[in-house]
Design a protein. Structure first.
Ligand code: DAH
Length: 350
């Protein structure tokens, strides 16, 4: 092959390869291959010395032309890359090339579950009222869930809760009251605590009953605490939480760990307390117009004594309310099962 022909061939392949470079990194690789110390152009130049004297002049010309052509093409290509944003992809990565500088695909930012949002909101209110926040264990023992709360084994009041037991006789807590004993134990009043946690019940579910529910327990023990303190504190919280003067009903109830025991009910936010929706019985409140929100009462003397507190000296109140129910009332949600349905159309509304 004549020298000029080789030069023409190098030019052809060089321009071809140059067009395939994708960024300054691949361009650097090209430059090394053609114009580098052992590059194709440099090698060709060196061959001139070995040519017969009469061929050297034309070879020199061909080399000069080639050099100019490559330099010009390189300059143009470089200019193109400087106009583009840089891409950190090396030639070896080219087979799996993707453009890091391309605009990203759209994605939707998530947010906290409405129950979590409202739990934090409620905690804030209680902290401002001077309560300390505790978390409940989700699995506990019989003693804490029942016995320390004045419900010895075989006590019929245990039937109030449909309990899940594990094979080693632990219980998925049925209520956040399971933490009362731990908090009372060995503390000197005043004791002001709220306990938040998920509770579990072997329920037949319906619009206002779920197998998993979130409770917020309140516990306040000091000298001279009376029932009106309980009612006033709870009402204050409800008004803060719902940002209105909420309508509340109190009725007597029974829980073994309080004496006396009461229940707080709220007017149903779906039927506005009428018990009917479009002529049909309201399924959220079962037609009563009221939604049962909380059990409460004055802490039973036996519960105080079990934790080493003298019931002659101290008294206190406690409540346990369903956060899910309260969120239903706040937002007018008609079915408690929406919360755990995993339906994003529901979740995205909050
Ligand atoms: N633990 C009860 C339940 O889940 C609610 C309750 C009633 C909590 C009275 C209390 C209380 O702290 O004093 O049904």
């Amino acid at each position: 092959m004549t020298f000029t022909k080789t030069a023409t061939q190098i030019k052809k392949s060089a321009l071809n390869e140059l067009a395939k470079t994708r960024d300054i990194n691949t361009l650097a690789f090209w430059r090394k291959e053609y114009l580098g110390k052992v590059g194709k152009f440099t090698k060709l130049t060196r061959q001139i010395a070995q040519l017969p004297a009469k061929e050297r002049a034309s070879a020199g010309k061909a080399v000069n032309e080639l050099k100019q052509a490559l330099a010009k093409a390189l300059q143009e290509r470089e200019k193109q890359f400087h106009e583009l944003p840089p891409s950190p992809v090396s030639r070896s990565q080219l087979s799996t090339f993707f453009d890091l500088t391309a605009p990203g695909a759209d994605f939707q930012l998530g947010h906290l579950h409405p129950i979590t949002q409202m739990r934090q909101y409620a905690e804030d209110i209680f902290v401002r009222m001077g309560f300390e926040v505790f978390e409940a264990r989700e699995v506990d023992d019989d003693y804490h869930n029942f016995e320390s709360l004045n419900m010895p084994p075989q006590h019929p009041a245990r039937d109030l809760w449909d309990t899940f037991w594990t094979e080693d006789e632990l219980v998925l807590i049925t209520h956040t009251s399971s933490m009362q004993h731990r908090i009372l134990l060995g503390q000197k009043p005043p004791i002001r605590a709220i306990i938040v946690g998920r509770c579990f019940r072997h329920e037949a579910t319906d619009a206002s009953h779920e197998h998993t529910l979130n409770q917020i327990e309140g516990l306040y023990v000091d000298k001279g605490i009376k029932l009106p303190d309980l009612i006033g504190t709870f009402k204050k919280f409800l008004d803060e939480f719902s940002q209105r003067d909420i309508k509340m009903k109190i009725q007597p109830s029974h829980f073994p760990f309080v004496e006396p025991g009461i229940e707080f009910l709220l007017d149903c936010a779906i039927c506005f307390g009428t018990g009917e929706v479009e002529g049909e019985r309201c399924s959220t409140c079962g037609g009563s117009g009221w939604l049962e929100l909380a059990g409460a009462g004055m802490v039973h003397p036996s519960v105080l004594a079990e934790a080493g507190l003298d019931p002659q000296k101290y008294s206190g109140f406690a409540w346990g309310f369903g956060l899910d129910r309260l969120v239903m009332v706040k937002y007018g949600i008609e079915n408690i099962r929406h919360f755990y349905s995993g339906d994003l159309r529901f979740i995205r509304q909050f």
